[in-house]
Design a protein around this ligand. Structure first.
Ligand code: PHE
Length: 347
C-alpha cells in the first residue's frame, strides 16, 4: 500500500529531475513515471475506494496535491522548451532578404555650363560685372545700334531667325550674338564700364560638326577714359593664358566687325602641340579663339557716349568652342545631345 509520504517523496524526485528533461518526450516520460496508467499516483487513486476512512482522507489529499504539482510543472517545462526551441530557430533559420538600396542618380553641371562659369570667373576676378539681356531682341539693338548697316549680309533671312511680331517682318529676331547687350548696358550705365555677358545666341545655320542653330557666347566690354588696343591685348592674353595655360602665346590678325574699329581675330598657339602643328590646330600651330576690337565711335554715339571722351574695347568668344577645343570634343552638336554617355565623360 502506497503512503501519502511515498507520493510526496516521488513528487519531489520528479520535480528535481524535471530540469534535466530537455525534450517534450522526456518531459512526457517523466510525468508518466508518476501519473501514467500504472504509475504510483494512479495506483494510489485506485486504492482510495477500498482504503479505511482514516487513510483515504490523507492519501486522497496527497494524490490531488501531487497530481496538480507534477502536471502543472510538466506543462510549464514543455512550454519553456518550446519557447527555447523557437528562439533557437529564429536565430539560426533566417534569410537576408534586404536589397542594397538604390543610390539616387546625382546630377552635375553640363560641360558648357562649367566652361561658362570658368570664363565668367576669369573676368570677375579682373573686376568685371556680369550683365544679361534678352534673347528675343530688336533689330535695333542687334544691328543698328551696333553700326551694322541695313544692307549688311548678317541681316539676311538666311542667317538670322526673325520673330513674327509687329509690323516690320525684320524688326524682332533671336539675337545672333551677345553684342546687343553692349548697347543696352551703355544706355543705362555711365562709364567706366567693365562687363561681360554670357548667353545663348541663335543663327539660322544647318547643323554640322561646328554649327548648331543655338550656341553660347561671352561678350566683353571695357569703356573708360583712355582704353587702348594695348589694354585689349593684355586683357585677352591674360584670358587665353588663364584658360589654356600660362605658356600660351597669342597673335592678333586684322579682321572686320561693323561695331569695332580696328577689329581683330585673336589666335592662341596650340596647347596640344605647343605650336608645332597637330590635329587640334589643323597643322597650323594656331587656334582661332575670338573676335575683338576697339569700340567704333558710331556705337558710342548711338548709346549717348562721347567718343571724344571715352574709348573702349569689346570681344565675343564662343563658349562651346572653348569647351570643344580644350576637351577635344569633335562635334558641337554633342553638347545638345541628351545622351548621358557623352555628358558623363566630363566631370
Ligand atoms: N559679335 C561678334 C560675333 O558674334 C564677336 C565680337 C564681339 C567681335 C565684340 C568684336 C567685338 O562674331
Amino acid at each position: 500500500m502506497i503512503s501519502a509520504a511515498d507520493l510526496r517523496t516521488l513528487s519531489d524526485t520528479i520535480m528535481a529531475r524535471l530540469p534535466g528533461a530537455t525534450t517534450a518526450a522526456a518531459v512526457d516520460a517523466l510525468e508518466a513515471e508518476a501519473l501514467g496508467p500504472d504509475a504510483p499516483v494512479t495506483a494510489a487513486r485506485r486504492s482510495l475506494r477500498d482504503a479505511p476512512d482514516a487513510v483515504r482522507r490523507e492519501l486522497g489529499q496527497a494524490v490531488n496535491e501531487v497530481t496538480g504539482r507534477i502536471s502543472v510543472a510538466a506543462r510549464e517545462r514543455r512550454l519553456a522548451l518550446a519557447a527555447a526551441e523557437r528562439d533557437t530557430r529564429l536565430d539560426e533559420e533566417w534569410l537576408d532578404m534586404s536589397l542594397p538600396g538604390r543610390a539616387p542618380a546625382r546630377g552635375k553641371a553640363h560641360l558648357v555650363s562649367t566652361v561658362w562659369d570658368e570664363v565668367v570667373d576669369i573676368f570677375v576676378a579682373l573686376g568685371y560685372t556680369v550683365a544679361a539681356g534678352p534673347e528675343v531682341e530688336t533689330a535695333y539693338y542687334n544691328f543698328d545700334a551696333l553700326n551694322t548697316p541695313p544692307t549688311h549680309p548678317s541681316r539676311l533671312e538666311s542667317d538670322t531667325l526673325y520673330v513674327a511680331h509687329g509690323d516690320d517682318p525684320e524688326g524682332v529676331l533671336l539675337r545672333t550674338h551677345t553684342s546687343p547687350v553692349q548697347a543696352r548696358y551703355m544706355e543705362t550705365h555711365r562709364p567706366p564700364v567693365y562687363m561681360v555677358v554670357p548667353g545663348r545666341v541663335y543663327r539660322r545655320d544647318a547643323i554640322d560638326a561646328t554649327h548648331t542653330p543655338v550656341f553660347h557666347q561671352l561678350e566683353g566690354l571695357a569703356v573708360d577714359d583712355a582704353i587702348t588696343f594695348g589694354d585689349l591685348k593684355g586683357t585677352l592674353e591674360h584670358f587665353a593664358r588663364t584658360f589654356f595655360g600660362s605658356r600660351r602665346r597669342v597673335r592678333f590678325l586684322p579682321h572686320f566687325f561693323p561695331f569695332t574699329e580696328p577689329s581683330a581675330e585673336l589666335h592662341v598657339d596650340c596647347f596640344a602641340c605647343e605650336g608645332s602643328g597637330c590635329r587640334v590646330c589643323r597643322e597650323s600651330g594656331w587656334i582661332e579663339l575670338l573676335g575683338c576690337g576697339m569700340v567704333d565711335p558710331n556705337v558710342f554715339v548711338a548709346v549717348g557716349y562721347d567718343p571724344a571722351v571715352v574709348s573702349g574695347f569689346a570681344f565675343g568668344v564662343g563658349i562651346d568652342r572653348l569647351a570643344m577645343i580644350r576637351y577635344g570634343v569633335p562635334e558641337l552638336r554633342m553638347f545638345f545631345d541628351p545622351d548621358l554617355r557623352i555628358l558623363r565623360q566630363f566631370r
